[in-house]
Design a protein around this ligand. Structure first.
Ligand SMILES: C=CC1=C(C)c2cc3[nH]c(cc4nc(cc5[nH]c(cc1n2)c(C)c5CCC(=O)O)C(CCC(=O)O)=C4C)c(C)c3C=C
Ligand SMILES: [Fe+2]
Ligand SMILES: [Fe+2]
Length: 325
């Protein structure tokens, strides 16, 4: 059988087009209407979302975005574009001259535009790589749904191969460990390492979302690779939203406790493929201030893997496995 022309679609969450209340409102409205993200009945959720959240949150969150915004735009988008270019170059260097496009589940560049760009380049089989190492229905599941919604409107669409997760990839754990070791070499080593992941509601985990197990396995593999003793690290969960209970232990509560016990903490956030609001603002500013306010001396944030060569090599490895299969 003749081999189909293949292409890659990298997918991340999405981010506002500008650090303004209007743009943040548009972004949150799309994101928070997704059942994968908030699964409450729309009779209950829509009045809360339209009546309270979309009237109050955009102003505060836009100010947070403004504090991390760069000349290239939102860090999440700008760094994802760097990853796209670096992966394209790496694959070409490895002998695979295939197109790599970037899409977001919410906002721009849209999934539809990403699909169009690949089809315009003659692609007949798309390998979709959601940039979430740990599977969750709220993120990876949402990528699948969004792709299905786009495809549902088309009569003709390419073959699709979907990479569901990669938290067990040896190269991913090695890249995380390299980034920690380099950070320690450059900035010195803290008393403990906090391995902080974005959280999800506890109810989602109770209903079968395997995300917490994937996070715990990631943190354990990283600690083993770094030869840390159990008392030197912990896995925690950040970015709570709403009044429901989320998976524990919470990052902010852990930092409050640690502030009374140790002087310096290093924090790494392995669920984020690129730095974004949740790392650059929530961890590096909000949680650092909290740690210092409660008596700690220094919170040292270890950047996301972003476009580090070992991260791009790991992505190329994931993709090559699919290209060759
Ligand atoms: C409402 C519930 C939310 C769930 C469930 C959730 C899961 C989840 N999110 C990420 C990754 C990211 N989330 C980001 C921002 C963000 N997340 C939520 C809510 C939920 N996330 C909101 C409302 C926001 C927007 C900011 C805010 O209003 O506080 C981001 C950053 C985007 C950026 O532009 O920089 C990322 C990345 C994961 C990995 C995850 C579950 C596994
Ligand atoms: Fe609504
Ligand atoms: Fe989130």
């Amino acid at each position: 059988m003749l081999k189909k022309k293949q292409g890659i679609l990298l997918v991340n969450l999405g981010t506002p087009d500008a650090p303004t209340p209007a743009a943040v409102k548009r972004y949150l409205a799309e994101f928070l209407h997704d059942y994968r993200v908030v699964d409450l009945s729309r009779w209950l959720w829509c009045p809360i979302l339209h009546g309270i959240i979309l009237n109050t949150r955009p102003k505060r969150v836009a100010a947070a975005y403004a504090s991390i915004w760069t000349e290239q735009g939102s860090p999440l988008l700008a760094i994802s574009q760097q990853q796209q270019k670096a992966l394209q170059a790496k694959l070409k260097y490895d002998g695979y001259d295939i197109p790599v496009e970037l899409a977001m589940t919410y906002g721009n560049p849209s999934m539809s535009a990403g699909l169009d760009a690949l089809v315009a380049k003659g692609v007949e089989e798309i390998i979709v790589l959601p940039l979430y190492p740990q599977y969750s229905a709220t993120t990876t599941g949402a990528v699948f749904d969004q792709l299905a919604r786009v495809i549902a409107k088309r009569r003709e669409f390419p073959a699709i191969t979907f990479i569901r997760d990669y938290y067990q990839s040896e190269s991913y754990i090695e890249a995380l460990a390299n980034s920690v070791r380099e950070h320690w070499q450059e900035k010195g080593k803290g008393n403990r390492l906090l391995v902080s992941f974005h959280g999800i509601p506890q109810r989602y985990a109770d209903n079968g979302d395997p995300y917490p197990e994937h996070c715990k396995a990631t943190a354990r593999a990283l600690a083993d690779k770094l030869e840390l003793e159990d008392r030197q690290w912990i896995c925690s969960f950040q970015s709570r939203f709403g009044k429901e209970e989320w998976i524990k232990p919470y990052t902010d509560v852990t930092l409050e406790q640690w502030a009374e016990e140790i002087e310096r903490v290093d924090v790494i956030c392995p669920a984020f493929s690129v730095d974004c609001l949740e790392t650059l603002e929530e961890i590096q500013v909000e949680n650092r201030d909290l740690f210092v306010e409660k008596g700690g001396q220094e919170l040292s944030y270890i950047p996301a893997l972003n476009d580090r060569p070992d991260h791009i090599e790991m992505m190329a490895e994931l993709v090559r496995q699919k290209l060759n299969s």
